[in-house]
Design a protein around this ligand. Structure first.
Ligand code: ATP
Ligand code: MG
Length: 618
């Protein structure tokens, strides 16, 4: 496992200024070197994506670098995407650049606008703007289909692509393998004119799916199988959500992606390691589409894309223990109802993490801390939780919640305080407010009856126990010192009430209140103003640290106890929380008012975000 960086990240917000103490990494070094050499200094940008001529007419690009985040809109984003988003948008921010949000929607069959909307929301929620302006529309790869078609015709004309009519089986057999060079297709030597005619036929719609493909003409003996004349266009009779029925041929991902980058004037195209073997084709294609060539008839054609073209760099994808990050497998959890939707707080999706109580700052700090490397590794889930704890420690308002309640009766209350009296109490919402900021104040009352945690009373105290047992005094935090006198029980011997007396003149914050010394203070909620709340106690979704590694069936290690719903009693400030607000329930952990089900004031619902201490692997 790679070690989290010892550097403790500054609270990263998207708007943060470039920060010189950020740990360097190989991508930062590459960008810094490019900036120093001026590799991209003469690039032009016409204000929108386009070909070489389009950009040539524009001014010098004010963005020093351009990166992009190019999700396929076929699922919800997950924590691995969050790493990629923070990386790409973070680099652009730190180096005076722009990051593009681009939907890689070149595959007509799998995409859906539900995913487009959720992806847009997630990127925005993480704190980022794209395409150079707040609220700019995202780019769509399908808007580039016309150019891609033109690029394909150009490759054919210049002798760099041909239409292959072998069957898929023949093509597979003739591709060879690691030890065996491929065999040229019998269609490989057709003339450009003949290929052009066949390609246009492909586009016209009379041919069936798979009848022919357009292939780049590179090298059937290349040691890199991706360079053995890869397919670049295929026939697919399918309606596309953006272009409708205009096309019945669609570009292959490996052909489309470099072109998308180039049209958008991307400088550093950052992807995960599995694309490393595709880089030679990326470069080959960029070279072909940037250069000009002289045709046999003397015409000079080409120069379709602006130079210098983008370059691809690979980094290791995020693997997080106890988590799966394959969209397909996450979709299976949703479809098979193992969780309650994509935003179930146990899901590693961004919408799930958000509903769980994660903050943009915590996810940004996490991305910063795990850094980028060139070799695969596993990150411990506790690293993610640590980032959330660190963010909430200073920001989350405190509150009292009793998760496993038993009633405590102050038997002398009426006598010393007055029958039915409710005494107002206050506590700071933030015990450590930032310099110059005053903590908001929580208001609640204390009366004859309060709720306490069952575990805070022991009839026969174990050694070292400092809370309630007959004869012992404790402080009700923010209230009074009380002395325990015993308890009442039902016929089965279960404790029904804990009994105590209040010690007058010990109210927190009043003069002389600490004249009575106690060894413990306990949290509590008054029966008079406590509110019943649904609290969802979440645990890890999988019991296995690597649920899907090595082809394991991840469904077999689902944790049957990943969700326990309890009824707790919370103080008024918690019941009145806005949906989505984070809290620390003192001594219990960090909780969030559920974004979906919480109703302010009347039906409080909280999710456990993370405990106060790391309990993983213990
Ligand atoms: P699938 O799960 O369907 O294979 P994907 O995870 O590759 O999809 P894309 O929508 O293609 O999803 O990803 C968008 C971007 O997010 C890509 O640039 C990809 O490199 C990056 N990305 C995806 N998963 C991770 C991960 N686990 N760690 C880091 N980056 C990731
Ligand atoms: Mg992908």
């Amino acid at each position: 496992m790679s070690q989290p960086s010892p550097h403790s990240p500054a609270p990263a917000t998207a708007a943060a200024a470039p920060d010189s103490i950020k740990p360097s990494n190989f991508l930062r070094q590459i960008i810094e070197s490019d900036l120093e050499k001026g590799t991209y200094a003469n690039r032009r940008w016409a204000g929108s994506p386009g070909d070489a001529a389009h950009h040539a007419a524009g001014p010098l690009d004010p963005a020093k670098i351009r990166t992009r985040f190019p999700p396929e809109p076929n699922g919800y984003l997950h924590v691995g995407h969050a790493k990629s988003i923070c990386l790409n948008f973070g680099l652009a921010r730190d180096y005076g650049g722009v990051c593009h949000l681009r939907f890689d929607d070149t595959n007509p069959e799998k995409e859906d606008t539900e995913y487009v909307d959720s992806i847009t929301d997630s990127v925005k929620w993480l704190g980022f703007d794209w395409n150079g302006a707040p609220d700019a529309p995202a780019y769509q790869a399908s808007d580039y289909f016309d150019f891609m078609y033109r690029a394909a015709e150009y490759l054919i004309e210049s002798g760099h692509a041909y239409v292959d009519e072998q069957t898929p089986d023949q093509m597979r057999a003739n591709r060879g393998d690691f030890g065996k060079p491929g065999v040229d297709s019998p269609f490989r030597s057709r003339t450009p004119a003949e290929n052009l005619a066949r390609f246009r036929e492909m586009a016209q719609g009379q041919l069936e799916d798979g009848a022919m493909v357009l292939r780049a003409k590179i090298d059937m003996a290349s040691p890199n199988i991706n360079m053995r004349d890869p397919a670049i266009y295929r026939i697919k009779h399918a309606e596309h959500h953006n272009t409708g029925n205009k096309w019945c041929i669609y570009p292959m991902y490996t052909f489309a992606h470099p072109i998308e980058d180039a049209l958008e004037q991307i400088t550093h195209s950052i992807c995960t390691l599995e694309f490393e073997d595709q880089r030679p084709f990326y470069d080959w294609l960029m070279d072909r589409l940037c250069e000009t060539s002289k045709l046999p008839d003397g015409r000079v054609v080409g120069g379709l894309l602006a130079s210098p073209p983008p370059h691809q760099y690979e980094f290791a994808r995020l693997n997080l223990t106890y988590v799966i990050t394959s969209k397909r497998k996450l979709a299976a959890l949703v479809n098979e109802k193992k969780v309650n939707g994509w935003d179930d707080p146990r899901m590693p999706t961004i919408v799930g993490l958000r509903r769980r109580g994660y903050t943009p700052a915590a996810l940004q700090a996490f991305a910063e801390r795990i850094g980028v490397t060139k070799s695969d590794s596993w990150i411990d889930y506790s690293t993610l939780e640590g980032c959330l704890r660190e963010d909430l420690e200073l920001k989350a308002h405190r509150g009292f919640a009793v998760l496993n309640p038993v009633k405590l009766v102050l038997t002398n209350w009426d006598e010393v305080m007055g029958a039915g009296h409710l005494e107002p109490c206050t506590q700071p919402a933030l015990p450590h407010p930032p310099e110059g900021v005053e903590s908001p104040v929580r208001h609640f009352t204390i009366g004859k009856e309060v709720w306490i945690e069952r575990e805070d009373y022991e009839e026969v105290p174990p050694k070292g126990y400092k809370r309630l047992f007959p004869g012992n005094k404790v402080r009700l935090k923010g209230g009074y010192v009380i002395e325990c006198t015993g308890c009442t029980k039902d016929a089965d011997g279960n404790i029904t009430q804990v009994l105590a007396t209040v010690v007058p003149d010990t109210k927190s914050g009043t003069p002389g209140s600490d004249s009575v010394k106690v060894k413990a203070a306990i949290t509590w909620v008054s029966v008079a103003d406590g509110v019943y709340a649904e609290v969802r106690m979440y645990d890890r979704l999988f019991l296995d640290a690597q649920p899907d590694a090595g082809g394991k069936d991840y469904l077999e290690s689902l944790n049957p106890n990943s969700l326990k719903v309890i009824t707790a009693i919370v103080e008024p400030s918690l019941a009145n929380a806005a949906a989505g607000q984070n809290f620390q329930f003192e001594r219990h952990g960090y909780f969030v008012a559920d974004r979906v089900d919480h109703v302010q004031g009347t039906k409080p619902v909280f999710n456990l975000a993370v405990g106060l201490r790391d309990s993983w692997g213990k």
